[in-house]
Write a protein that binds this ligand. Structure first.
Ligand code: MRU
Length: 360
């Protein structure tokens, strides 16, 4: 996407193929800073500590992490160890395992000396395929948006949760790709952006990237969505996903399920943008998705920029307060009105997903 008028992806390999550059997303929206990752341990740390985040982006980062490993030792044992280290960073988004599996399947049959070159080519292919898939999701999503009639008679009001924009992918985004496609096509849209406590990906990332692209948007507290839908101020909800099970159950950022319930209760379409890399046909339903349990400190404390410009952490709960922090939830397939994929829009049901998986 364009940042200050210049095209930018969320990651880019160094021309010498000795490092991977990523945007350090912990610093947004206050600063746009790149980090240089030179080895598998740094790539794993960037994923674990959420310098990079979002299902497709952590998959692509892990792929480049294996390419970095090949520069040092491309033997079977070293590659397997590196894949295990990267794979253990975050449990929920299936794209991580998908990308690592694809890299190992490409590299292990090769002679170790041929692996370094092949690894960069494969990681580039994963990154480029992500961009192409998201662009296609944008086109299919736009065609669907064109079928909606704005309830306010003026512009389409969409609600999104977390960040499933270009920062969560290599480029374009998943849930926000149709928004960017709509803007490019001259279709008027406005986005309600859920703040997405506790990590605030909506406030710090979605609001930032929508502003960069000059898409009209309004930040709302997580609890505002139901009210907005009840008052007819939301035409559709569009979210991304971290893992979709074989029956169409959708795992996404915590709070997504409540939005889906409110959408169904108010007759608002609830759509999920899903690249095929996020489909896990090996999982029968959402009950078995491993849900990441994150630090209680993310709930008891918040980060923000103080009046002097410095980013500080402040405590918002009593000393010693117990807190729980499940990072994802599962929206049952029955609440999902459609999955926007790079192959078109499909129903969130087992038969449709099996057909899609077979054609992939
Ligand atoms: O914890 P995060 O920030 O990695 O969670 C990200 C999300 O839940 C996104 O909505 C999801 O990965 C879809 S990204 C296109």
């Amino acid at each position: 996407m364009l940042v200050a008028g210049r095209p930018m992806r969320s990651l880019w390999p160094a021309p010498a193929r000795d490092a991977l550059h990523v945007i350090d997303q912990r610093r947004l929206p206050h600063e746009l800073v790149a980090a240089r990752l030179t080895g598998v341990a740094e790539a794993a740390r960037a994923i674990r500590e959420m310098w990079v985040r979002g299902a497709p982006l952590i998959g692509a980062t892990a792929a480049y992490g294996l390419a970095l490993q090949c520069r040092v030792d491309a033997g079977d044992a070293a590659l397997q160890r590196a894949a295990a280290e990267l794979g253990a960073t975050r449990p929920t988004a299936v794209n991580l395992q998908w990308a690592l599996g694809r890299m190992l399947a490409r590299l292990l049959p090769l002679a170790p000396l041929a692996r370094a070159e092949a690894a960069w080519v494969e990681a580039d292919a994963i990154a480029d395929a992500d961009v192409a898939a998201n662009a296609a999701i944008g086109r299919h999503g736009l065609a669907w948006l064109r079928t909606l009639r704005p309830r306010d008679g003026r512009r389409l009001n969409l609600l999104t949760h977390c960040n499933a924009g270009w920062l969560a992918t290599v480029d374009w985004g998943t849930a926000l790709a149709p928004v960017y496609a709509a803007q490019a096509a001259g279709l008027e849209v406005h986005v309600w952006v859920d703040e997405t406590r506790p990590r605030n990906q909506g406030a710090s990332l979605s609001a930032w990237e929508l502003a960069q692209q000059r898409v009209p948007h309004t930040l709302v507290a997580d609890n505002a969505g139901g009210h907005l839908m009840q008052r007819g101020r939301v035409d559709a909800v569009i979210v991304g996903c971290d893992r979709v099970a074989a029956n169409g159950d959708v795992c996404n950022k915590i709070g997504t399920y409540l939005k889906a319930l409110a959408a169904r209760a108010n007759g608002v379409p609830f759509m999920v943008a899903m690249p095929l890399s996020t489909l896990d046909l090996g999982l029968p339903d959402g009950a078995a998705v491993p849900i990441e349990e994150r630090s209680a400190r993310e709930v008891t404390h918040v980060h923000g920029r103080g009046p002097d410009g410095a980013v500080v952490e402040v405590q918002i709960a009593p000393d010693g307060c117990a807190a729980a922090n499940p990072a994802f939830d599962v929206t049952p397939a029955a609440l999902v009105d459609g999955l926007i994929t790079e192959r078109g829009i499909v129903a969130a049901d087992g038969a449709a997903l099996r057909r899609l998986g077979q054609s992939a």
